[in-house]
Write a protein of this length. Structure first.
Lengths: 183, 738
């Protein structure tokens, strides 16, 4: 095969090769910790604070991310049993006058924290990073149970084919299994 | 149920399906709103999402509905065309026309309007517009930045003033006074010192109209502490009241790091302009951010309208097509069912125009057909019943005819033998093939049977009477080597108009009856002979015994007794001889020798014998002119008249009358009537009247009327007896002259 042919073949392969996919939002660093019977959850949303979200926030529109969290009992070779679920809504609003961002944190609809931030890095951190959030209170349960946490982020809605509305969500991220505290 | 009825029944379900889909849409939307509300998201965010999803759901439902309606009707049309339902092709064309007429312009309008709107939305965000809005916002921000820069410079001056050579200002005495002086000196509206995020001293310009000390946000102070300096804005109570601030961080002391915040209130006019610019910019940004949603929502709205129009037009097309085709299909179905004989079928369809007239006319036509068919069926049933009844009657008559002892023969108007029952065939010793369908002369052509045929040779009116006037004859025929005597009765059959239909001949075989009568007659004759002989024997015996007694007693009157006894014996023997002569004469009666005689003369001769014989009884004769001459045996005719007159005079007491009348009948026969005014003859005696040795007088030989009957029979005539009016009897003799 001549060198020219190699070039053409490589060009064709390059054309046929799938285009590098844009980084999809996903959850990472999901960790759980127990404080007494409280389950503390930490995780990070990566690639979720994109330019589109940033522009939307800076336009003054209330923009939020909803984190759905579920507590499961692990079952071997079977679907895990759901024990409890909760959702954390983080909504940011930009005050164009003061050029500050008001970020509200609501756990299951109850306001648990409110922050005023002045720059986008802080805003991104506030929207995408949850650290040691006490979410679930464990009821007394057998100590040999294995529990796990699953978290999913909902970033709003989009459209498919320009007119079919869709939800923008990450995949469920599961934590490592852990045992409940002994009574 | 026919295909059309199934289709019509299903068509009524469409409204329920659409209603169900609409309800489903509402439920889904409600669930979705509930879910979103439960997340406590901002209302504007929820509204946008709900709007888009709601529009999308409506569009999906409409798309499904349109496809359902089109597909369903397409399938219906295909099925109808496959089953060759009348009107299917017409319906197809009509529906295709309606949908085509609506689909094409609606789709064109949809594409055009969508593109127009998309481009219009894009034009909202063209570069000039974006630049104007962005620059306006930049100017507003620059104005604030400029005030903040001044404030920043002044804040540094204040910090240098209150913290010379790195000392901590928090510890400085008279800090509050110095701050007031500096604020007044720098013409600032607000000046405050914080230890970290804790307010230490603050001063405001009383002329600035601030009721409270402005409170910078925590994030502002954090930023100052983190970065050493930071600009900021505090929104004051009241419209367009803004305080541009700047903070600088100083030395760190025991109470914390010093933060000096200095602010200048922006002019309200400037603030208003700035706010408007910022608001416009934010609005522009929001629109730009939501441009996709905006396009999507408008696209979905147009799609919804398009689908609604399409649904409405296709439905209208189908509805109008149904309005026309359903009556036609109903008529076609009605025609098919009528053709298959279901005349009770009526077309029932909702139509209120010319189709209604057509349907009504069709129903009237089918009703008329049904009535006519019912009348025909009724007539047919009656005809069948009549035929069945006639057949039964015919079978019954045939059975009766076959089983009656009498022979029955019918002839049609032309004289052909129509029926001949078994008894008649047996009497005449013939088979059916020899007589049926043949003329009487052909059926009975031989000499013996020809006598029967001769009865029908004469014209009907002269040969026999009508049904009410049946005529009977006795015929003797030698059949199969033996003599047979038949009584033949002939009846004419007339239709309602009196026209002759034919004749019915009834044959009665009298041979055995006559033989029995003869046996009975001879028995009676023997009895009478014995009786008649015994009567004279008794006086003879008594005379002889009387003579013997006188002789034994030697009676002197023996001679006279002998003479008397001889006289008695001679007289009785003469009587016995007379009686024997009578019997002998009856037995030896010769066959008649007809000759032309003068009837009047014979009648006069006979009457002359009896005139004056019985006083008080008048004898008269009346001989019609047309009966002056007749073909008869004169001696036998005379003998018959004598016997009849003898009986008449015997029965008539004075005063009385005996009349002899003669005349020629229409059929040529000579009729002789002998009437008396006597005691009459009892009805039960009439049957035996002509038998030999029968007498109602209690004396005589009883042969008189038997001889008359014999003479008449030998002349092929008839004799009958009737009551005379007002009393008495009349004997009528008919003697044929052929």
């Amino acid at each position: 095969m001549k060198a020219g042919h190699w070039v053409i073949a490589l060009a064709v392969l390059a054309l046929l090769a799938p285009a590098p996919a844009a980084a999809e939002p996903h959850l990472s660093d999901l960790k759980t910790a127990l404080e007494g019977r409280k389950v503390m959850i930490s995780f990070r949303l990566t690639d979720g604070f994109d330019s589109e979200l940033r522009e939307r926030i800076q336009s003054g529109l209330p923009t939020g991310i909803v984190y759905d969290m579920q507590l499961f009992k692990d079952r071997l070779h079977w679907w895990d049993r759901g024990i409890a679920e909760s959702s954390l809504q983080v909504v940011a609003m930009f005050n164009a006058v003061t050029r500050e961002y008001l970020v509200n944190f609501k756990l299951d609809g109850r306001l648990i924290e409110s922050r005023q931030l002045r720059d986008l890095d802080e805003l991104e951190e506030a929207l995408t990073h949850v650290e040691a959030l006490p979410v679930f209170d464990l009821a007394p349960m057998p100590a040999d149970w294995k529990l796990l946490i699953a978290v999913r982020a909902e970033l709003g809605s989009g459209t498919m084919l320009a007119f079919i509305p869709t939800h923008l969500r990450t995949d469920w991220k599961e934590s490592r299994k852990f045992r409940p505290p002994a009574d | 149920m026919s295909l059309r009825q199934r289709l019509q029944a299903h068509s009524k379900d469409t409204r329920w399906i659409v209603a169900g889909l609409g309800l489903l849409l509402l439920v889904l939307s409600g669930i979705y709103v509930f879910i979103l509300r439960s997340r406590q998201l901002p209302a504007s965010l929820v509204t946008n999402r709900v709007l888009i999803f709601l529009l999308w759901y409506i569009d999906v439902v409409l798309i499904v509905a349109v496809f359902f309606v089109l597909l369903r009707n397409l399938l219906k049309l295909l099925v109808e065309r496959r089953h060759r339902i009348l009107g299917a092709k017409f319906k197809t064309k009509l529906v295709a026309t309606y949908i085509g007429l609506s689909l094409v312009p609606v789709l064109i309008l949809f594409v055009y309007a969508t593109n127009l709107l998309q481009s219009a939305i894009d034009r909202w965000f063209t570069a000039p517009v974006e630049q104007v809005v962005t620059y306006g916002n930049a100017m507003a921000q620059a104005m604030t930045t400029r005030v903040q820069s001044t404030a920043m410079r002044d804040a540094r001056r204040v910090l240098h003033d209150i913290e010379p050579s790195g000392t901590n200002a928090i510890e400085r005495p008279q800090l509050g006074n110095r701050l007031q002086e500096l604020r007044a000196e720098l013409e600032a509206d607000y000046l405050a010192v914080y230890a970290d995020r804790q307010l230490v001293h603050g001063s405001v310009n009383p002329q600035a109209g601030m009721s409270d000390l402005p409170d910078p946000s925590k994030s502002f102070l954090i930023a100052v502490l983190r970065d050493g300096r930071a600009p900021g804005v505090i929104e004051l109570p009241g419209p367009n009241a803004l305080l541009a601030i700047a903070g600088v961080a100083g030395a760190t002391g025991p109470a914390g790091r010093t933060v000096v915040v200095l602010g200048t209130r922006l002019e309200p006019e400037v603030t208003a302009g700035r706010a408007a610019l910022i608001e416009a910019y934010q609005g522009f940004l929001q629109l730009e951010v939501q441009k996709g949603d905006l396009k999507t929502s408008h696209l979905l709205t147009f799609l919804m309208v398009t689908l609604l129009i399409l649904l409405a037009s296709s439905w209208t097309g189908l509805y109008l097509a149904r309005r026309v085709t359903i009556p036609i299909q109903a008529l076609a179905e009605g025609t098919r069912r009528i053709a298959s004989g279901e005349l009770g079928h009526r077309v029932e369809t909702a139509a209120d125009d010319e189709l209604r007239i057509l349907v009504d006319s069709f129903n009237q036509m089918t009703a008329e057909l049904e009535r006519n068919k019912a009348a025909l069926e009724r007539g047919n049933r009656e005809l069948l019943e009549a035929n069945r009844r006639l057949a039964a009657e015919r079978a019954l008559i045939a059975t009766v005819l076959q089983n009656v002892a009498a022979g029955v023969i019918s002839l049609d108007a032309e004289g052909r033998v129509f029926t001949c029952n078994g008894a008649a065939l047996a009497m005449l010793r013939q088979s059916e093939s020899e007589v049926l369908g043949k003329l009487a002369a052909d059926a009975w052509r031989d000499e013996q049977r020809g006598r029967l045929a001769a009865l029908f040779a004469a014209p009907e009116s002269t040969a026999v009477g009508s049904l009410s006037s049946a005529s009977s004859r006795e015929l003797r025929m030698a059949l199969g080597g033996e003599w047979k005597t038949f009584e033949v009765k002939v009846n004419s059959m007339l239709d309602e108009a009196g026209q002759p239909l034919g004749r019915v001949v009834v044959l009665e075989d009298l041979t055995e009856l006559l033989q029995a009568q003869q046996i009975a007659a001879w028995s009676e004759a023997a009895r009478r002979i014995a009786h008649e002989i015994r009567n004279p024997l008794t006086p003879i015996k008594l005379a002889a015994e009387r003579l013997e007694q006188k002789r034994r007693n030697e009676d002197p009157g023996l001679q006279a007794a002998v003479s008397e006894a001889v006289e008695i014996i001679v007289r009785e023997v003469e009587a016995m001889k007379h009686m024997v002569d009578e019997f002998s004469r009856f037995a030896r009666m010769p066959r008649p020798q007809p000759e032309a005689i003068e009837v009047a003369r014979v009648v006069d001769e006979v009457l002359h014998l009896y005139r004056g014989l019985k006083p008080g009884v008048e004898l008269s004769a009346e001989v019609a002119a047309n009966s002056a001459r007749a073909l008869l045996d004169p001696s036998q005719f005379r003998r018959a008249l004598i016997n009849l007159l003898d009986n008449a005079l015997e029965a008539t007491e004075a005063p009385g009358r005996v009349t002899v009348e003669t005349r020629t009948l229409d059929n040529g026969s000579l009729e002789v009537r002998v009437a008396d005014t006597g005691r009459g003859i009892p009805p039960d005696a009439r049957e035996k009247l002509f038998r030999p040795y029968f007498s109602t007088k209690g004396r005589g030989t009883g042969l008189g009327l038997a001889i008359v009957h014999r003479i008449v029979g030998d002349h092929h005539g008839t004799i009958r007896v009737d009551d005379n009016e007002p009393q008495g009897s009349v004997f009528t003799i008919e003697l044929p002259q052929t």
